[in-house]
Design a protein around this ligand. Structure first.
Ligand code: ADE
Length: 265
């Protein structure tokens, strides 16, 4: 069971996503628990103030430290009473890059993970100083708050937990599971707006299909993310397929069989 506690000023943003699809099913099946806590509930003034102007002036508001301390302490007390540990995660563009390996590490985590969602211009620095949260960035861009990154962390991590995805095979084959991008997928009908399906996928020859998919994965990776192939030791088969890809060049990157008289979108 993977457990997250999210500290946020916008609990509705979390529930909107958590109530759907695979994450909802995972929660219903008891494989994932996500509790959302409103930081306003940890204020003690009449206006439930969670932010204030920055010392030294400047634009924007800064999230106050005290409600965050209180919320984390409440969770710590609860964890302590149950003999558990907490791991405090803090999404921020300054954090360690979130990757498939990072998600895999969180997916095996036994303790409760608390995600602190920042907002406005930032969070009072004393939160960092006192709590030393694990800072995580989901990419080199700046979002308006930590809720979307929190959802990204929860989504990418949960789907790696056995039993949460319907078909465990799809985990094995997908992008990044072995540092390759995915091969292209097709479903019925066999012709869509004049675009066909590669013959090999209709052939019923499982070995030929496996090789075609592997080669497409290598092709996608070689042309789109060559950095993923660097320092990677390839099997003899992968090296042979990659040699073919390189020999064929960019011309063959389109996998669509255009049908006679077909029309492009
Ligand atoms: N908060 C705002 N932008 C972010 C980012 N890129 N990653 C994580 N947290 C953030």
């Amino acid at each position: 069971m993977l457990r997250f506690d999210v500290l946020t000023l916008f609990p509705d943003m979390m529930s909107a996503v958590m109530g759907h699809s695979i994450l909802k099913r995972a929660r219903d099946k008891g494989l994932l628990e996500v509790r959302v806590h409103n930081l306003r509930d940890y204020t003690d003034d009449r206006h439930q103030t969670v932010d204030d102007v920055p010392y030294g002036g400047g634009a924007g508001m800064v999230m106050k430290a005290e409600p965050i301390f209180r919320a984390v302490e409440a969770l710590e007390r609860e964890a302590f009473a149950q003999g558990e540990r907490l791991r405090l995660l803090f999404p921020t563009p300054q954090g360690r890059p979130f990757t498939h390996e990072y998600a895999q590490q969180l997916a095996t985590e036994r303790c409760r993970m608390v995600i602190l969602c920042g907002h406005y211009e930032g969070v009072d620095e004393r939160v960092r100083l006192a709590l030393s949260p694990e800072e995580i960035s989901i990419g080199d861009y700046v979002l308006t708050g930590g809720e979307l990154p929190a959802l990204v962390l929860i989504d990418a991590t949960s789907r790696l937990v056995p039993g949460i995805l319907g078909d465990p095979q799809s985990l094995k084959e997908e992008s990044f599971a072995d540092s390759l991008l995915e091969y292209p997928h097709y479903t019925r009908p066999a012709s869509v707006r004049g675009l066909g399906v590669p013959d090999v996928l209709l052939s019923g020859n499982h070995e030929a299909i496996r090789l075609w998919r592997r080669k497409q994965a290598l092709r996608n990776t070689y042309f789109r993310r060559p950095d993923l192939l660097k320092n990677r030791i390839l099997t003899v088969e992968d090296q042979r397929l990659l040699d073919e890809v390189i020999r064929e060049g960019v011309v063959a990157t389109s996998t669509h069989n255009r049908e006679e008289g077909g029309r492009r979108l």
